[in-house]
Design a protein around this ligand. Structure first.
Ligand SMILES: Cc1ncc(C[n+]2csc(CCOP(=O)(O)OP(=O)(O)O)c2C)c(N)n1
Length: 318
């Protein structure tokens, strides 16, 4: 990354976190419709992978990938209004949280069933290959999601067809309340990809630059016609599954250990100590972020709910 990109990465990491912190306040005020799923401690994965994409590539973010939406040009207000089911949201209040996309921005809206986006993104990558276009499809999966049938079928299909697809597995130790060792007899998710002859690597998911560089390698591999690539990003889910879940099943020492590996703290230290940024430069970004988050939070708070009569608009082709 050059220095512009480094500063951008800082901006997106901090924006990702500030946005979710503001959402937490809305949640406590009972203004969020449904659950609030956070990516606390996992921000470097969404931001690092999305920043590695080329503009023509496609990405399918899941609930923990707010950072990918931001990198692709969505604003905090898009997430706020989605979470609050406001008429001004990308789905006009018809769907919640991260259940939205935008074909113009190359963002495919997620399907809730875990693993289902893998065959979809295999199709996106393969379709673009058939059209002679240079696009890679990238999506994400949690450790729990790697135990679904769609994961295995999708990876097998991707490998046999050599589809330009990159799968980023966020190994955050828990699938809801189930620790990885209680749902699979392996410790590394890469084993699952290797079973389908897909090249796979383990990445420190809390190191933004490591994630970015590994994703560049993965995309290069997929783009060159060699087929899919699998990244296992080791990380930790620092909150419950969603905010209603106090995660009492997670040992306190484990959370403490990972608090010391916070991806934003680590990246900030490197910017200051290794890449020559000043505290002043970072503080300027923090101010821009705080203003944007407040402006967009206000916008969402003031936005109306949709009219009932509009419920079917955009659902069926006219
Ligand atoms: C096929 C399927 N089964 C169950 C669910 C309900 N569900 C949503 S998220 C989740 C836990 C996912 O754990 P993991 O894949 O490890 O991702 P994480 O939440 O840790 O990021 C479950 C069981 C679902 N969405 N899809």
């Amino acid at each position: 990354m050059n220095s512009d990109q480094l500063l951008k990465a800082y901006y997106f990491l901090k924006l990702n976190r500030a946005l979710e912190e503001r959402l937490l306040t809305f949640y406590k005020q009972n203004k969020v419709v449904g659950g609030l799923y956070r990516s606390l401690g996992q921000e470097a994965i969404s931001v690092g992978t999305a920043m590695a994409l080329e503009p023509q590539d496609w990405v399918a973010p899941l609930i923990r990938n707010v950072g990918a939406f931001l990198v692709r040009g969505f604003r905090p207000r898009d997430l706020f209004t989605q979470y609050m089911a406001k008429a001004t949201s990308p789905t006009s209040g018809r769907d919640c949280n991260t259940h939205f996309g935008d074909l113009e921005r190359g963002v495919v809206a997620p399907i809730s069933m875990l693993g289902a986006m893998i065959p979809v993104m295999v199709g996106v990558g393969w379709g673009s290959r058939l059209q002679g276009q240079d696009r890679v499809g990238l999506t994400y999966i949690g450790d729990g999601g790697t135990s679904t049938g769609d994961f295995h079928e999708g990876l097998n299909l991707a490998s046999v067809w050599k589809a330009p697809m990159v799968l980023v597995a966020e190994h955050n130790q828990f699938a809801y309340s189930t620790p990885t060792h209680k749902q699979m007899a392996i410790t590394d998710l890469v084993e699952r990809a290797k079973a389908y002859a897909i090249p796979a690597e383990i990445v420190d998911g809390n190191d933004l630059l490591a994630v970015y560089e590994a994703t560049r390698r993965a995309l290069q591999h997929a783009r060159s016609g060699q087929g899919p690539y699998f990244l296992e990003c080791k990380t930790m889910r620092m909150r419950g599954h969603a905010e209603h879940d106090d995660a009492r099943y997670v040992p306190a020492e484990l959370v403490e250990e990972w608090r010391g590996k916070d991806p934003i703290d680590r990246f900030t230290r490197r910017l200051l100590e290794e890449f020559g940024f000043s505290r002043q430069q970072l503080a300027e970004q923090d101010e821009i972020i705080a203003r944007l988050v407040e402006e967009d939070a206000e916008f969402a708070d003031q936005s109306p709910y949709p009219e009932g009569s509009q419920a079917q608009g955009g659902v069926f082709a006219s």
